[in-house]
Ligand binder design. Structure first.
Ligand code: NAD
Length: 491
């Protein structure tokens, strides 16, 4: 089948877009509608309504009305409801993955990992519901009982980007609901279809109406959500530029915010590493999802003595990657999200070329031919990059890898830390002592040694301008709870 045929078949699954407010599916939004474009073909999808201040207000009211009963529900019942949702996510994983491909052009294999991960997150967080509690605090000098309760915030506003919607749903909404909150979820208009189907499964699982409200939209909807006095906390995943607006707006109502932001993660390859495995990791991880991932290793640092050999291997693997129809088996690189992103990324590449920021080793252009309708960019690598240049310092969020050389461990660590970001870091070495030393020295929230993987029970969060607060594991659950202290004198 051609890409047009595969896409047309998948698009039969699309339904008219709606918003979920309480138990109502709302077909019209006060902020108008948005015509979503399939990034693989450039073809328009049915319009979706965009929520404005009016729908945000209605959704806040629905959430506030529903939350006390959700928090008051017997814990085994809340646990079992979340487990039912996990089972539905597993059952509908292929359908959700297909919608994700239509939403954002992710290669199907990656799109499928989203609902499966979300199912695992919901299962994991359901398991905490009847286990998480407070503490008894040692007291002095007089006898007393002092203990804490872990309470939910109430109504949590969740704003996510478009690149891995179901991973974010599992990480954030799974934890927020397990902690006893209601959620007002604002997915971006750029990827609405998967999460709206998720909303249907939420109700089918028996989660009470109003506990999850879904209002797709852009910046205006997001602003209305952040400034609403009925929202108790914001969990934001997106860019640092937007995060600055969010913090400023949240300051007006003194709302706590968790910020999960971008990265420019360093991948340090030492001469003693397993070079074949390290080269595959360097190429596939950097270009996966067309480079549109927050934790991707987009700065590659290679020890001088192996630089030419190793970079040649990475370029070779990159050139062999299948780019194209995200539904086609073996395709690892799909399109970028939209025409604006495509032009922006091509502009970054052109400027790097004209300013001599590095040597173009492969790629560098838009892909035409059968793919010309979509937003496909060749996987691109620049070698010997100037570390002060734009492609070294700023997140590109496209299939562009910048390579640097280093002389020794100290220089590698200094260069890796010479960035305003601090989301992830990667180390390729067979020297155990070095692995631990460098892992401790890197300024980043997560480190991968000779590989990478996001564990459900592990915390994920940034340092420096990659944000603050945590998703994943017990840390991610506690991010949605606050302790209340109770003191009783016993004399
Ligand atoms: P973005 O900041 O443009 O948008 C993110 C979300 O914020 C969208 O839903 C958008 O509609 C909303 N928004 C925009 N302006 C707003 C405003 N003024 N007030 C409230 N909401 C507003 O980011 P993007 O381009 O959609 O996503 C890419 C960014 O997300 C990258 O920087 C990437 O690294 C980051 N990201 C981080 C993580 C993480 O876990 N740290 C995960 C995925 C993506």
């Amino acid at each position: 089948m051609t890409m047009a045929e595969t896409m047309a078949k998948a698009e039969e699954m699309l339904r008219p877009g709606r918003m979920l407010i309480g138990d109502q599916w709302v077909a019209e939004g006060s902020a108008g509608e948005y015509v979503h474009i399939n990034p693989s073909t450039g073809k328009a999808h049915p319009p979706i309504p965009i929520g404005g201040a009016q729908e945000i207000d209605q959704a806040v009211n629905a959430a506030r009305a529903a939350q006390p009963a959700w928090w008051g529900m017997p814990r085994d019942a809340r646990r079992d409801t979340l487990l039912r949702l996990a089972a539905l996510l597993r059952e509908h994983a292929e359908e959700l993955a297909t919608l994700t491909v239509l939403d954002n052009g992710s290669p199907y294999i990656l799109a499928l990992s989203g609902p499966l991960a979300a199912a695992d997150y919901f299962t994991y967080y359901a398991g905490w519901v009847d286990k998480v509690g407070g503490q008894v605090i040692p007291t002095w000098p007089a006898p007393a009982l002092d203990y804490t309760l872990q309470e939910p915030y109430g109504v949590v506003g969740v704003i996510i980007p478009w690149n891995v919607p179901m991973h974010n749903v599992g990480q954030v909404i799974g934890a927020a609901l397990a902690a006893g909150n209601a959620v007002l979820f604002k997915p971006p208009e750029l990827a609405p279809f998967t999460v709206l189907r998720f909303g249907e499964l939420v109700l089918e699982a028996g989660i009470p109406p109003g506990i999850v409200n879904i209002v797709p939209g852009g910046p205006e909807s997001g602003k209305a959500l952040v400034s609403h006095p009925g929202v108790d906390k914001i969990h934001f995943i997106g860019s640092g530029a937007t995060a600055r607006h969010i913090m400023a707006s949240a300051a007006e109502t003194l709302k706590p915010v968790t910020l999960e932001l971008g990265g420019k993660s360093a991948n340090l390859v030492f001469a003693d590493a397993d070079l074949q495995a390290a080269a595959a990791h360097a190429a596939y991880r950097a270009m996966g999802n067309a480079g549109q991932g927050c934790i991707l290793p987009t700065r590659l640092f290679v020890e001088d003595s192996i630089y030419d050999q190793f970079v040649g291997m990475v370029v070779g693997i990159t050139q062999s990657m299948k780019v194209g129809n995200p539904f086609e088996e073996g395709v690892m690189v799909g399109p970028v999200i939209d025409t604006r992103a495509c032009e922006r990324i091509l502009g970054v590449i052109e400027r790097a070329k004209s300013e001599g920021a590095g040597t173009l080793l492969t790629g560098g252009g838009r892909i035409g031919g059968d793919l010309k309708g979509g937003y496909f960019i060749e996987p691109t690598i620049f070698g010997d990059v100037d570390h002060s240049s734009d492609i070294a310092q700023n997140e590109i969020f496209g299939p562009v890898l910048s390579v640097f050389r280093f002389k020794d461990e100290a220089e590698a660590v200094a260069l890796a830390n010479d960035t305003s970001y601090g989301l992830a870091g990667y180390i390729q070495t067979n020297d155990l002592r070095r692995a631990h030393r460098v892992a401790a020295a890197l300024e980043a929230g997560s480190i991968g040694v000779n590989g990478a993987g996001v564990q459900i029970g592990a915390p994920m969060g940034g340092v420096k301008q990659s944000g603050f607060g945590t998703m994943g594991g017990r840390y991610g659950l506690e991010d949605f709870m606050r302790p209340k202290n109770i003191y009783i004198p016993l004399t």
